[in-house]
Ligand binder design. Structure first.
Ligand SMILES: Cc1ncc(COP(=O)(O)O)c(C=O)c1O
Length: 429
């Protein structure tokens, strides 16, 4: 029997009167019938306005690393805001959070801000100020936030618009971006050493930065091939280019020290956000002291106490190790069910941030490979899962996120629903 969504739809109708498309971020709009209104979250679950419960694998696009409304975090924030929230002065809390980040990630210094968008925007500016150059390289399928410079060839780009691999087209992802901005960004295919070397050797004198999501967190979690990140590091060193790791999705998720620790490659600047606050608005730019010295004054919000509590839990308990174990169980279970059902597929990403593509056995190494998959089948499967109370994003580019509250029982329930959803989708195809 289909879910009752009467109250959800009524609220969404009200939302549409006063909020364009009824959402405060276009990523939340799934169409008039499917867009939900969420009322509550606890641990691994969220509820819609009709009281339907879902095991949540979207986790607000990644921030929830411990669980929704995780008591240790909620209590710390509630206590902290009684003493006021922002003072235009440094606070002891900021010092403590910065010390924690330095200790956990190995960066020399950090500046705190509110969102991932701000963090990557400032990181690019610092790189320009440091090098005196203006252009930068990013990779196809990467998303770095909602500002003009980086909104080219993100994960929503249609295959037909990408241009040739030899000479990729910068595909503008929104109206309203000044035409001239296009000239500052160079998009290249991820994991393509030859193309990267050619470009850097020809254009290094214009290049302030290479900004890279160490794994493609906005394109199914596609992994770097062995040697890829090391190659980027080597080219940046050789040509005086600032290497920026955008760890907004991988930071405090795939290791306490993020992708730098997991893959063993260090960047000059690193951006963090999402998991560092378990859902409270907090972000950071960290990096080498010499590069950070060019920083312009930043800003901090009361997200600080959320980060303080979240990072303390991560630093003192085996959280990420546990998430890896459960995520691995879930990935293996999904792989087995799809194999038994004879559905060609390839698993992508790492257990705390994974996805899979359907319709091909070939593991994608870049965004061009990813979009060869059967996105319609993926979406049909997700919609069948949501009917059964399991909620990954309907867009397979957005990975499945795991948090500490996804316990053994939740994983088992997910796999039961998955098996059932696969059966339904197969019977309809
Ligand atoms: C890799 C990456 N960088 C930056 C951002 C922007 O972060 P925010 O939404 O906090 O502005 C995102 C958001 O999803 C992201 O995935």
């Amino acid at each position: 029997m289909a879910r009752d969504l009467t109250k959800t739809r009524a609220l969404f109708e009200r939302a549409k009167q006063v909020i364009p498309y009824g959402v405060n971020s276009n990523f939340r709009y799934w169409g008039d019938e499917e867009t939900l209104v969420a009322t509550r979250g606890e641990g691994a679950y969220i509820w819609d306005a009709d009281g339907n419960r879902y095991i949540d694998y979207r986790l607000a696009f990644g921030p929830i690393i411990l669980g929704h409304a995780y008591p240790a975090v909620v209590e710390r924030v509630a206590e902290a805001i009684r003493d006021g929230t922002t003072f235009a002065w440094t606070t002891p809390l900021e010092v403590q959070v910065a010390e924690r980040i330095v200790r956990m990630t190995g960066v020399d210094q950090v500046r705190l801000s509110n969102t991932g968008t701000e963090a990557t925007m400032h990181a690019l500016r610092i790189a320009r100020a440091y090098t005196g150059r203006e252009r930068f390289i990013k990779f196809e399928g990467q998303y770095h936030g909602m500002y003009d410079y980086v909104l080219f060839t993100t994960a929503g780009t249609p295959a037909s618009a990408l241009g040739s691999r030899r000479n990729p087209i910068n595909v503008q992802m929104s109206s309203g971006i000044p035409e001239g901005i296009r000239r500052y960004v160079i998009n290249l295919p991820f994991n393509d050493v030859e193309r990267l070397e050619e470009t850097v050797e020809a254009r290094w004198h214009e290049l302030a930065a290479i900004i890279v999501e160490p794994l493609l967190g906005n394109a199914a979690g596609i992994l770097p091939r062995p040697g890829w990140l090391e190659k980027i590091r080597e080219l940046c060193d050789r040509y005086g280019i600032v290497l920026i790791f955008d760890e907004v999705k991988t930071g405090f998720r795939i290791a306490n020290g993020g992708a730098q620790e997991y893959f063993g490659v260090r960047a000059d600047l690193v951006t963090y956000a999402k998991a560092m606050g378990n859902g409270f608005p907090i972000a950071a730019i960290g990096g080498r002291r010499e590069v950070m010295a060019t920083v312009e004054p930043g800003r901090v919000s009361h997200g600080g106490s959320g980060a303080d509590a979240t990072l303390e839990v991560l630093e003192t308990q085996p959280i990420i190790k546990t998430i890896f174990r459960r995520g691995r169980q879930l990935m293996e279970g999904i792989h087995e069910i799809l194999t038994r059902a004879d559905i060609p597929h390839a698993m992508t990403g790492l257990p705390p941030i994974f996805s899979f593509i359907l319709g091909t056995d070939e593991e994608p190494v870049d965004f061009r490979g990813y979009i060869q998959g059967d996105e319609d089948l993926y979406e049909a499967l997700v919609m069948a899962l949501i009917e059964r109370g399991v909620m990954p994003d309907a867009d397979g580019r957005e990975p499945w996120f795991l948090c500490y509250s996804h316990n053994e029982e939740v994983i088992a329930d997910t796999l039961t629903a998955f098996e059932d959803a696969v059966r339904e989708v197969k019977s309809k195809s």
